[in-house]
Write a protein of this length. Structure first.
Length: 275
């Protein structure tokens, strides 16, 4: 049985996600469906890519449909790419797919989804998730070869995203908030390699500058290792550095959100560099 996952910005109050699921089940009744999320912020391709980067390595090798598609109905191409791990990602050519494929070994093959035999008719100009991506995923799940869905594309022609990257300035790390979870924790675009680079141990202090605040916070292995209401720097479940407040809301407390710059340095006192 093929595994098909779905990730969209449709929201759970809308009927769009359920409609896509129905199309897939109607054409590939034996496929296993997994809803990753339908709560990507509207039009936020980068958030969709970052979500896929975190989650897809934990999914079975399969077919992954991503619909965060503000360019639907325009000249942007509907595409599918095969990853070197063996997955096929299906969605719009807006940077979503190559960014996620990088977490699965990179792109090995790509096609434009053009063969109308595998699309719904009539086809809407505003709902390619239902009319193109879902039935194409079902076709793959029932044995259709990737190359039968449309003409081959050179992977270098695919749209790519400029994802935020951390920057070292000597011993100081300049990074940014890339995700705020439901608890208000701030995920940074810096990984656990910082822990080994600095030789951090439980309770060691890190200086943090963000949103006009200069903090000295302990490094901790989990939220509950510091008193309630206390901030800590931890390594989260996806191996990113995260600034969290135990039973608090860091985003509200510090007045920051996505893309807020953060400066980290080893030791107390907060970073003195530009905030």
């Amino acid at each position: 049985m093929a595994c098909i996952t779905l990730m969209t910005d449709f929201g759970n109050r809308d009927d769009s996600a359920g409609c896509c699921r129905g199309v897939i089940v109607g054409r590939a009744p034996d496929a296993r469906l997994v809803d990753i999320t339908h709560e990507i912020p509207p039009f936020d391709v980068r958030r969709g890519a970052l979500t896929w980067i975190n989650v897809l390595p934990y999914m079975p090798v399969g077919i992954h449909v991503g619909v965060v598609d503000p360019g639907v109905g325009t000249a942007r191409r509907p595409i599918a790419v095969r990853t070197r791990r063996g997955d096929v990602l299906v969605g719009p050519d807006n940077g979503l797919l190559p960014a996620a494929a990088a977490a699965l070994g990179g792109v090995s093959d790509a096609v434009e989804l053009a063969d109308e035999r595998f699309m719904l008719r009539p086809r809407s100009n505003t709902f390619h998730g239902r009319d193109i991506f879902a039935p194409m995923a079902a076709a793959l799940a029932t044995g259709t070869a990737l190359g039968d869905l449309g003409p081959a594309l050179d992977p270098v022609t695919l749209v790519t995203l400029d994802l935020p990257r951390p920057r070292w300035d000597g011993a100081v790390l300049h990074c940014a908030v890339v995700y705020v979870d439901n608890f208000g924790n701030l995920r940074l675009n810096a990984g656990e390699d910082v822990v080994s680079r600095w030789g951090l141990h439980e309770g060691d202090v890190v200086g943090v500058t963000l949103g006009g605040h200069r903090l000295s916070v302990p490094f901790a292995r989990s939220f509950g290792m510091v008193p309630e209401g206390t901030a800590a720097l931890i390594v989260d479940a996806y191996w990113h550095l995260m600034l969290a407040i135990n039973r608090g809301h860091a985003a509200v407390t510090y007045g920051v959100g996505i893309d807020a710059p953060v400066v980290l340095r080893r030791g107390a006192g907060g970073a003195k560099e530009a905030e």
